[in-house]
Write a protein that binds this ligand. Structure first.
Ligand code: ATP
Ligand code: MG
Ligand code: MG
Length: 379
């Protein structure tokens, strides 16, 4: 309310916050970011702050000038921010939506109750309950930690009883853990949905997503799938986002099963790695539509502006500070490729340090250029 253009407060200062802020700034929306850790990706923004983001005395001045507050992660302290929001300001996605998503057991149960197809699962309080559930579903099963997991760090696939027994102590918390049947999928897909507070929404094309070591490696859009599967995936994604009354950009991770079923793996209540291609590849990026949705502004066209877009993640290769960007010129020199470097202060093997997006007419050629550019950037 400090200027004629609105102010958006982003809880989080990683790459998602950075890319949200970039779109906000482009529209002259004033972006403020609050991170609990040292300034990394958010550093270029004058509105960036580092502080204890659970502390009301930090959150109150941070939100004081905001028209809307949003999150870059489902674990950001949205409840604490809601307590100190100034009159007339909004927080999206709502704390209710976040509470339905941030615990995998609550999320799966809510989606199942709403009629969204999910793999068979059981929320288990004890190891004995988990063993019974696995017996019922048949091995292999996936044991999932309820909260705080990403990049597969909170998952363990158990092929037999002894492996489930071994994984349980690492992943179970005081309320247990979730056992899920192993989905022997044909492909993993993702659909981004941008939804305004009144429910008005746009749906992005279906993305094919390839995981390596439970971590996103590459995304190709559109997915090379039958129209009927694509329609089903988009319908299920919308139904899932409606079920949690998501506002902002919500990503829906899906499994395409060999028999044509499409199952929901999980939702992310924020822009998502599988939607990064949209910065160059779509008429309106997922980050811009997130900003528009939380401001309750008209949403932009999510359609592709290229026959094929391919995104490949740039992962850290070696331990060390600071990152070396010696390979960047080579990546910049690859035709039709846009590299993004997040600006994380230190490198760890496997850490997401950036990504590249290639646009093109031919899937195989576009994929090749994206892979070449990503591997040229040695961080
Ligand atoms: P992120 O939030 O980074 O996407 P996460 O830690 O929340 O990851 P999940 O999305 O649950 O983890 O799982 C990571 C990957 O593990 C999935 O993308 C998929 O490749 C695999 N996976 C998860 N659940 C199952 C399942 N039930 N059957 C088969 N594979 C699975
Ligand atoms: Mg997840
Ligand atoms: Mg996931």
């Amino acid at each position: 309310m400090s200027s004629t253009f609105p102010t958006i407060g982003i809880l989080g200062g990683g790459q998602l916050g950075k890319m949200m802020a970039a779109e906000a700034v482009r529209m002259s929306v004033d972006a403020r970011l609050l991170s609990p850790k040292e300034a990394g990706p958010m550093q270029p923004y004058t509105g960036a702050r580092v502080g204890d983001w659970t502390d009301p005395d930090v959150l109150r001045p941070f939100t004081a000038d905001c028209d809307v507050v949003t999150v870059e992660s489902e674990w950001a302290p949205a409840d604490a921010a809601a307590e100190v929001l100034p009159d007339g300001a909004a927080l999206w996605p709502s704390t209710q939506t976040l509470s339905l998503i941030k615990d995998k057991g609550v999320q799966k149960q809510h989606l199942a109750d709403a009629g969204c197809p999910v793999p068979a699962f059981a929320c288990c309080e004890t190891l004995d309950e988990a063993l019974d559930a696995a017996e019922e579903f048949g091995y292999p099963v996936v044991l999932k930690q309820y909260r705080g997991a990403y990049d597969g760090y909170g998952n363990a696939t158990a092929a037999a009883e002894d492996e489930l027994r071994e994984a349980w102590p690492d992943l179970a918390t005081e309320d247990g853990a979730m056992v899920e049947t192993f989905a022997d999928f044909a492909r993993e897909l993702a659909v981004q949905v941008a939804r305004r507070p009144g429910g008005n929404q746009v749906v992005y094309p279906v993305a094919y997503t390839e995981q390596r070591d439970h971590r996103c490696h590459a995304v190709e859009v559109p997915a090379d799938i039958d129209d009927a599967i694509a329609d089903k995936a988009r319908h299920i994604a919308q139904k899932s986002v409606d079920a949690v009354e998501g506002v902002g950009l919500i990503a829906v991770e899906l499994f395409e099963m060999p028999d044509g079923r499409v199952l929901v793996n999980e939702l992310a209540p924020r822009p998502h790695n599988t939607g990064h291609y949209s910065i160059e590849g779509a008429a309106t990026s997922q980050f811009e539509n997130h900003v528009r949705a939380v401001l309750d502004w008209p949403l932009g066209d999510p359609s592709l502006r290229t026959p094929v877009a391919v995104m490949v993640n740039v992962l850290g290769r070696r331990e060390g500070t600071p990152p070396q960007t010696t390979g960047l010129p080579r990546a910049l020199d690859t035709e039709g490729v846009t590299p993004h470097i997040y600006g994380k202060p230190d490198v760890r093997p496997g850490r997401k340090m950036g990504h590249v997006t290639a646009l093109g007419a031919d899937r195989a050629d576009t994929r090749k250029r994206a892979e070449m550019a990503a591997s040229a950037i040695e961080l």
